[in-house]
Design a protein around this ligand. Structure first.
Ligand SMILES: Nc1nc2c(ncn2[C@@H]2O[C@H](COP(=O)(O)OP(=O)(O)OP(=O)(O)O)[C@@H](O)[C@H]2O)c(=O)[nH]1
Ligand SMILES: [Mg+2]
Length: 207
């Protein structure tokens, strides 16, 4: 039986090819898929983690980085509790696009969403963006920062576990009543909390 107590929605965004799908598959399936193709639209995976003896279900939405899917992926921001913005530390253009992604996040996500910047592919020896530059960017934009390798499995568990732990910490402080661009009726409310799928009131406990 699926006896999780909390449900959090985590959405990955970032340029095509930065390794979003590989990060998700490393975390949920423990593998680095050979010849991973570009994501079409949005993929969805689930994993339950345990923090402080509480079972937390993470619904992970892996969006396509390609421009042509942008209007589809934007609709997933709104219900996210955490957003992971990924770039490739060996590819400067993926870093240069971060301000564009932040604008999307500002426009479509809840203002209270937990935002994490991830520099992926640290196993590569042709790094173009120094760690310090990524850290500075994250700090300036009020984001957590982590560098990962989906290939070598560096920091991947840590990334998702820390997000789960942080969401547990802030769950009572998050203002769930005013997601961006959304006047809440019950329908949207249940959608936002993600309770509709299991009939469980699962995401947060009110004080
Ligand atoms: N060296 C290295 N390569 C990686 C890593 N993560 C992903 N890749 C490679 O990068 C390419 C793109 O990975 P994907 O996971 O498909 O990238 P994506 O961000 O999901 O791309 P879209 O679905 O098009 O948005 C693949 O060839 C992967 O093998 C990593 O940590 N290290
Ligand atoms: Mg993908």
């Amino acid at each position: 039986m699926d006896d999780y107590k909390f449900l959090f929605k985590v959405v990955l965004v970032g340029n095509a090819g930065v390794g979003k799908t590989c990060l998700v598959r490393r975390f949920t399936q423990g593998l680095f898929p050979p010849g991973q193709g570009a994501t079409i639209g949005v993929d969805f995976m689930i994993k339950t983690v345990e923090i402080d003896n509480e079972k937390i279900k993470l619904q992970i939405w892996d969006t396509a980085g390609q421009e042509r899917f942008r209007s589809i992926t934007q609709s997933y921001y709104r219900s996210a509790h955490a957003l992971i913005l990924v770039y490739d530390i060996s590819c400067q253009p993926t870093f240069d696009c971060l301000p564009d992604w932040l604008r999307e996040i500002e426009e479509y996500a809840s203002s209270k969403v937990l935002r994490v910047l991830v520099g992926n592919k640290i196993d590569r020896d042709d790094r173009e963006i120094p760690t310090r530059v990524g850290e500075d960017f994250a700090q300036r934009h009020n984001m957590y920062y982590l560098e990962t390798s989906a290939k070598e499995s560096d920091n991947v568990e840590k990334l998702f576990n820390q997000i789960a732990a942080e969401l547990m910490e802030v769950r009572i402080l998050i203002d769930f009543t005013t997601p961006v661009n959304l006047r809440m009726g019950w329908e949207q409310y249940t959608h936002y909390f993600g309770c509709e799928d299991q009939g469980l009131f699962s995401t947060c406990e009110f004080p």
